[in-house]
Design a protein around this ligand. Structure first.
Ligand code: NHW
Ligand code: EN5
Length: 403
């Protein structure tokens, strides 16, 4: 069991953690190996440059045919080229962190793993880490222990830059999740979702009833709700960072450039809206979602499911001090505001042609998921830390949204 993970600085499955800090010490950077991890000789390492169209296309082709599927292999993530360019080129990225493996003879890209920098706070400690994502091995090369080689190599490339901790998420259960969050789904196009096998018509319901149930208003409801603009970046940064302080496991947006990159609208990739108070011109709220379609596997009628994923949001109502709660203990004002904000996001997502809004049970999502007609999915996302001991985090204390 776990021949690879047993050798790595991660907690064992049965370990209960009560303190925080590195599992093994950092290595002086000049002692980090300069030699790439050994690969079987038919393969070679490469770097992908997302500004080179051929590289971007090679990565897109690998992922679109081989990346994450649901448990029943009905859907596979289909991150767009523009999405990948955005996700993999944030501020302070290092070119060696987009690590590929090609077949030496024909240069076909057959495996990939990425790292980007993230300032992550766990409880009261903030650490510069790498965020690992898009680990993928071509279907024909599975179970040959190539994944551990990819992970060792990205670890070395992180160490070279003096970073000895990492954060990553996976559907797979590995040693050992810091937190586990369930996926939730809000139908926007019930007919198509049923035709795709993504959702079912409930017993004793008709499709017509279902369509009516999931209908959203045409126009947004909050006065002052508008698309986020460049000029909003400093205020949004302050608002989001303050909101994220409420959680025990959250990124910190350290510069305006971070917020400009991660939260400002990005054509066909990220949609972000703010609420501007008409009297003070202050930004009081922000809500965003990103586009991540899935290929519908082997469906005669539909090729693609257009899914939007709920991303970062924040509201200053959280700091207003209104301590009044509902019967179940939820803070009333915050609940009310988040329901309004997410409804307006659903309205925008519907308008842009999304079939479903997906989200996770994390942050304050528990305050609106039910009321906004999200239903529990069959997927779970596990959050992991590499070389960082950290007590378990409840799902509603997770503030990091990974792509
Ligand atoms: S999670 C998405 C991962 N990708 C996919 O699911 C795509 C489809 N699947 C594949 O491409 C988001 C392959 O099945 C993969 C495994 C490549 C997943 N994370 O090569 P072998 C991320 O990208 C372990 C970590 O034979 P394979 C996060 C497995 O437990 N480990 O398997 C990535 C076993 O080890 P064990 C995973 O099926 C985080 C070993 O791999 C894993 O051909 C990476 C088997 O290898 C997963 N998702 O390829 C860690 N899935 O000990 C970053 C399987 O149990 C750590 N395994 O024997 C931090 C690094 C940086 C540190 C910096 C200081
Ligand atoms: C790291 N960045 O399992 C990426 N998706 O629920 C790794 N289910 O779409 C992440 N199986 O429940 C990997 N429909 C983890 C996610 C892998 C993908 C995955 C799940 C999440 C999913 C759908 C389709 C299930 C198809 C059969 C699902 C039900 C929706 C229904 C809508 C109406 C109200 C009730 C629920």
């Amino acid at each position: 069991e776990h021949k690879f993970w047993n050798t790595q600085p991660v907690p064992k499955h049965d370990e209960q953690i009560t303190d925080m800090g590195p599992i093994e010490p950092s290595i002086p950077v000049d002692q980090v190996s300069k030699e790439p991890t050994a690969l079987p000789k038919e393969f070679e390492w490469c770097e992908l440059d997302m500004n080179v169209e051929k590289d971007a296309k090679d990565l897109y082709d690998l992922l679109t045919l081989n990346y994450v599927e649901d448990d029943d292999a009905q859907f596979r993530f289909d991150y767009s080229v523009n999405f990948l360019k955005w996700a993999l080129q944030p501020p302070n990225t290092r070119k060696e962190w987009l690590t590929g493996v090609r077949v030496a003879s024909n240069k076909k890209l057959v495996a990939f793993i990425s790292a980007i920098p993230v300032q992550l706070r766990t409880f009261d400690r903030s650490t510069l880490m790498t965020e690992i994502n898009f680990l993928n091995v071509h279907k024909k090369l599975r179970s040959k222990r190539l994944a551990p080689v990819m992970i060792r190599e990205i670890t070395r490339r992180s160490h070279i830059h003096g970073i000895f901790q990492a954060v990553y998420t996976a559907g797979a259960v590995l040693p050992k999740p810091v937190s586990t969050c369930q996926y939730f789904h809000r139908s926007l196009n019930p007919k198509k979702l049923v035709e795709c096998g993504f959702s079912r018509i409930p017993r004793n319901w008709t499709l017509a009833r279902m369509i009516k149930h999931f209908k959203v208003p045409e126009k947004t409801t909050i006065p002052g709700f508008r698309e986020m603009q460049q000029k909003d970046v400093p205020q949004v940064r302050a608002l989001v960072n303050k909101y994220l302080d409420r959680f025990d496991f959250a990124p910190q947006f350290e510069t305006d450039e971070d917020v400009e990159h991660w939260i400002l609208p990005h054509k066909d990739v990220v949609w972000s809206y703010v609420v501007e108070d008409p009297t003070t011109n202050k930004i009081t709220d922000v809500v965003s979602f990103y586009s991540l379609p899935s290929s519908v596997i082997g469906n005669p009628k539909h090729k693609t499911l257009n899914a939007a994923y709920l991303y970062y949001y924040a509201t200053d109502v959280a700091f207003a001090g209104g301590k009044e709660t509902t019967e179940d203990g939820a803070p009333k004002l915050l609940s009310k505001r988040l329901n309004e904000l997410v409804l307006d996001a659903l309205i925008m997502a519907k308008r842009f042609g999304f079939d479903v809004m997906n989200g996770l049970q994390l942050m304050d999502n528990g305050l609106f998921l039910q009321q906004q007609k999200f239903g529990a999915g069959d997927g779970f996302l596990n959050y992991y830390l590499y070389n960082w001991r950290c007590p378990d985090v409840e799902d509603n204390k997770v503030g990091l949204v990974m792509l």
